[in-house]
Design a protein around this ligand. Structure first.
Ligand code: PLP
Length: 423
């Protein structure tokens, strides 16, 4: 007998399974389009010059050390990160409506939010009282896009939520399933929780247009749904921090309910492994200056953090904070964001042009219509398998490719491989 008689082995994470198959492939012309991390035109990881300078500056400071951060994290990171997401002159600061706490990157931000909401979100319960104990029976359903970043589902399920989907991708037109998206917002019980990708939707690369966003937000508002904005690609998508924050800032303007922002700095600083992130809870305008509510929320966030990580990691937080609070480094970071996003845009264009030149069956404009790290190609699992076995071109079975894996040395080969597979 064993102390773990109910245990069973899970299949490998599908994404990491394909990645390790690619790694084991001996062909010299193999292409990894799986990994969601930026690569330069030589296929190598890139340390941003702004990050390099900030690191040097921090380490040369005589007061530099490796002490613990406070439970809520590096204060100057939390504040400057909020300014990046909301805009320096956001009314939210004047109205004293924000609570921020450092998290373990975007994943930790989502987990902290899920745990917090599982204990305290009563927006969907009629006559919520102070004594209400939230059980699974009266817990709101969390709605995520179909498809979404796979981790969303298990993060919310592991905090006891039921997770359901709102329709998003229309495979027949390779575009937004807009009317069904709105229908699903309207059909969800009032006060449900909606997870929205604020830009560069993962895995499709497809974002709503500004007009569509306004309709989405207005429908959500009329149903009093609670929104979590997952912000993992600000600045990485278009190269412009303001533009990539447009939908989120509109959300703050339009929605009458509080909002949570889960902010990751993994992609836009290239510091994937340093786990820099922040959760911001924005109170509704009617709750402005409510110190009691703000302090209560902050204390509960801190309790969750204390029990799970004691205090968040310091190194990356200091680097990001240094960049955000030093005008010269901030300018450099803006340049770095343009370097990354324009290489991605260029690769989208080249892939599309090569496919169109080859007269590859189908339409390929969606590759350049989409934005950010990923593109939903529309390739089916059989084609994906053939690309791997016959051409050494690896992507996940949904047909999602990481554009960051393309470069001037392999984009034509990838187009030819797709062409031969589709024809
Ligand atoms: N949210 C989305 C949509 C993502 O694509 C990712 C990373 O791939 C994350 C959140 C979280 O990433 P991290 O935990 O590395 O910040």
């Amino acid at each position: 007998s064993t102390a773990f008689s109910n245990i069973y082995q899970l299949p490998p994470d599908p994404l990491f399974g394909v990645a390790s198959r690619c790694k084991a492939d001996k062909r010299t012309n193999k292409v990894d389009l799986v990994l969601g991390a930026y690569r330069d035109n030589n296929g190598k990881p890139w340390i941003l010059p702004s990050v390099k300078s900030a690191e040097e500056s921090i380490k040369s400071d005589p007061t530099y050390n490796h002490e613990y951060l406070p439970i809520e994290g590096f204060k100057s990171l939390n504040l400057n990160a909020a300014k990046i997401a909301l805009g320096e002159d956001s009314i939210v600061f004047d109205q004293n409506r924000i609570v921020s706490i450092q998290s373990l990157s975007g994943t930790g931000a989502l987990h902290l939010s899920a745990k917090f909401l599982s204990q305290f979100y009563t927006g969907n319960v009629n006559n919520a009282s102070k004594d209400l104990v939230i059980s699974n029976n009266n817990r709101a359903t969390v709605y995520v896009s179909k498809p979404t970043w796979a981790n969303h589902i298990q993060i919310f399920e592991s905090s006891g939520f039921n997770v359901d989907f709102y329709r998003y991708w229309d495979p027949s037109n390779k575009s937004l399933d807009f009317q069904n998206y709105l229908n699903d917002i309207n059909n969800a019980p009032n006060g449900s929780i909606f997870v929205l990708h604020s830009c560069a939707h993962n895995p499709t690369g497809l974002d709503p247009s500004p007009e569509q966003w306004l309709e989405i937000l207005n429908h959500i508002n009329s149903k009093n749904h609670f929104v979590i904005f997952d912000t993992a690609y600000q600045g990485f998508a278009s190269g412009d921090l303001e533009r990539d924050a447009w939908a989120l800032r509109k959300g703050i303007e339009i929605l009458n309910t509080p909002i949570i922002i889960c902010q990751s700095f993994a992609k836009n600083t290239g510091m994937y492994g340093e786990r820099v992130g922040v959760v911001h809870l924005i109170l509704s305008e009617s709750e402005k200056d409510n110190e009691f509510l703000k302090n209560s929320i902050a204390s509960q966030f801190k309790k969750i953090t204390r029990s799970e990580l004691s205090n968040p990691p310091a190194y990356g937080a200091k680097i990001v904070s240094k960049i955000l609070s030093t005008p010269k480094l901030l300018d450099q970071w803006h340049d770095d964001l343009i370097t990354m996003s324009s290489r991605i845009t260029e690769m989208r264009l080249k892939l599309r042009i090569y496919l169109e030149k080859l007269n590859t069956p189908g339409t390929w404009n969606h590759i350049t219509d989409q934005i950010g790290m990923f593109s939903f190609t529309g390739l089916n699992p059989k084609q994906v398998e053939r690309l791997a076995s016959e051409h050494g071109v690896y992507l996940i079975s949904s047909g999602r490719i990481s554009i960051a894996g393309l470069n001037d040395s392999n984009v034509e080969y990838v187009a030819q491989s797709i062409d031969e597979t589709v024809k």
